[in-house]
Design a protein around this ligand. Structure first.
Ligand code: 13P
Length: 313
């Protein structure tokens, strides 16, 4: 079953992240990419297949509103899993805040959900994250532990559909390493999104990643760590994050641009008499696949599909 939980898809990466005897060059993070249309979903999985990589497909609340149905996405993912059985992938609901809606996603068959209560007081973040972790670990139609959970501690600047955080507020809210172990233990989550200097959307200037914080956080917990705001992060910073034990890297905005640029180019190059949408959207899907293949190489997860599948058994 290539449609697997995020906990399963990150298990091999996490093992390598936690083992100090592993050469840092062997570590890798699984790429996680936002989509808002079905051709993008397919393009992401095709890109992963090209380089034998695991991959995570992320649905934001804005994309959900556009598509209109959790079930439609969940069933599409199951169809993709049948079509591309060699690609281990996870279907993730990104930055969700409404507990009832998150539970619906679990029941619809998402294999990971993110509860983002990071803007709320610490105790509320703990309570809500635990409620979702308890629910997801018991209620997936895909079986016991068929859905894992990501939560966030600290806040990222930028704009992510329903969540807006100013640079000033985010600057005050890096992940506090002293809270990490307590948060993970009390909530029972499977992955922790950390605020270490990245932001959502395009950067005005290159981000200053707090690697000192990452090092401290990595020492405080053995849960998988997630880097949000991957668009525009310099390649060497990605490599350093991976070497230091990051297991998942999110990219959204940059991928939208790759898709839209390719579609725009296709429209420009076609005669006005051409009306076949496949000739317009098709190049977008191809461009997405190429970008996923390239990011998978960068995150060192190309070639890891087999290791991920083996780690599950
Ligand atoms: P970017 O849009 O900055 O790449 O961030 C994506 C993200 O972190 C989604 O959760």
């Amino acid at each position: 079953m290539p449609l697997i939980t995020m906990k399963q898809i990150m298990a091999d990466s996490l093992k390598k992240a936690l083992d100090p005897s592993v050469d840092t060059k062997e570590r890798y993070a699984v790429g996680a990419f936002n989509f808002s249309t079905i051709p993008e979903m397919v393009g992401i999985v095709e890109g992963a297949r090209e380089v034998k990589s695991p991959v995570i497909l992320m649905l934001s609340l804005g994309a959900l509103k556009y598509i209109g149905s959790l079930e439609l996405v969940a069933y599409t993912a199951r169809g993709i899993a049948r079509q591309y059985p060699e690609v281990p992938f996870c279907l993730h609901l990104d930055h969700a805040t409404d507990l009832e809606m998150i539970k619906q996603a679990v029941v619809a068959g998402f294999t990971n959900v993110m509860i983002d209560a990071s803007q709320e007081p610490y105790e509320d973040n703990v309570r809500k994250s635990k409620e979702i972790a308890d629910f997801a670990h018991k209620h997936s139609p895909l079986g016991l532990n068929g859905c894992s959970v990501e939560a966030e501690l600290g806040m990222l600047a930028g704009h992510e559909d329903n969540i807006h955080v100013s640079e000033e507020d985010a600057g005050k809210a890096y992940t506090d390493p002293e809270l990490v172990a307590d948060f993970v233990e009390k909530t029972g989550i499977d992955a922790l999104a950390v605020a270490i200097g990245t932001a959502h959307g395009f950067y005005k200037a290159a981000p200053k990643i707090r690697f000192d914080l990452l090092e401290e956080i990595r020492r405080k917990t053995d849960t998988a760590l997630v880097l949000h705001g991957g668009t525009g992060v310099p390649e060497d910073d990605f490599r350093k994050c991976v070497a230091m034990g990051m297991s998942k890297i999110n990219v959204g905005t940059g991928l939208k641009k790759v898709y839209t640029d390719a579609v725009r180019e296709a429209i420009k190059s076609l005669p006005e008499s051409e009306y076949d949408p496949r000739k317009i959207v098709g190049p977008g899907r191809k461009a997405i696949a190429a970008e996923i293949a390239s990011k998978s190489e960068l995150f060192n997860c190309a070639g890891k599909a087999e290791a991920v599948l083996k780690s599950m058994y």
